[in-house]
Design a protein around this ligand. Structure first.
Ligand code: GTP
Ligand code: MG
Length: 202
């Protein structure tokens, strides 16, 4: 898929404030600092479309972008950041889970995990919650440019092994890097294919 246009639409605090659910939508989620906003900029081909930061917790609201006037992309705030209060965490849960459970046009959520580290409890718990609620997701491994080919394949295999112990069927997995654009075509082709199943009458 060629990206002809990409624009920021709105930041929302709740799912009912999001843009009209009349186009297919894809959300990007994962622990703070995993590279969600960077990945969005990489696949959209626009450097500063989504705001990135070296300090975790940059994205605080549900940010909607319109791509090619034909599908939405939603950048979500990260989870699993240790240095936040219970209150902030509860607010996050309400906002994100409310969005994921109620957004009718959401076709796939990309859960981003850092390819350099072993499976994190917060990621596994979040995937389990998605599974329990039957919300479709794919897993994107980020920052692969920071690993050698051997390290990456070792980490990727052990991650899949751990997932295999939990899931009967392995979720779709994609390797990516916002630095060298790895995974861009794969993610865009996945979206292009999935767009075809969107039912505009919902
Ligand atoms: P929050 O919004 O705070 O939850 O973070 P985020 O997941 O949106 O992460 P963000 O895209 O802001 O990136 C966090 C940091 O990781 C930044 O310093 C990025 O430059 C860096 N980063 C993101 N993706 C990559 C990647 O693929 N490779 C490398 N080397 N660095 C990356
Ligand atoms: Mg972000």
């Amino acid at each position: 898929m060629l990206i002809k246009s990409a624009k920021f639409l709105i930041s929302s605090q709740t799912h009912d404030k999001c843009p009209k659910a009349n186009l297919p939508e894809y959300a990007f989620i994962g622990r703070s600092n995993v590279g969600k906003s960077s990945l969005i900029n990489m696949i959209a081909g626009v450097k500063k479309l989504a705001k990135t930061s070296t300090t975790p917790g940059k994205t605080q609201l549900i940010n909607h972008f319109l791509i090619n006037e034909e599908w939405y992309l939603a950048d979500l705030p990260g989870y699993g950041y240790a240095k936040i209060s219970k209150e902030t965490r509860a607010k996050w849960e309400n906002m994100i889970k409310g969005y994921l459970l109620n957004r009718e046009n959401l076709l796939t959520t990309f859960i981003l995990v850092d390819s350099r580290i072993e499976p994190q409890q917060s990621d596994l718990e979040f995937m389990e919650w998605m599974g329990t609620n039957e919300i479709p997701f794919a897993i994107v491994f980020t920052k692969t440019d920071k690993l050698s080919r051997n390290e990456l394949s070792r980490n990727f295999e052990s991650y899949k092994k751990e997932l295999n112990e939990i899931w009967e069927e392995l979720p779709h997995t994609i390797l990516s890097s916002s630095e060298n654009k790895k995974g861009k075509n794969e993610i865009l082709s996945f979206i292009e294919e999935t767009n075809k199943i969107f039912d505009p009458s919902i």
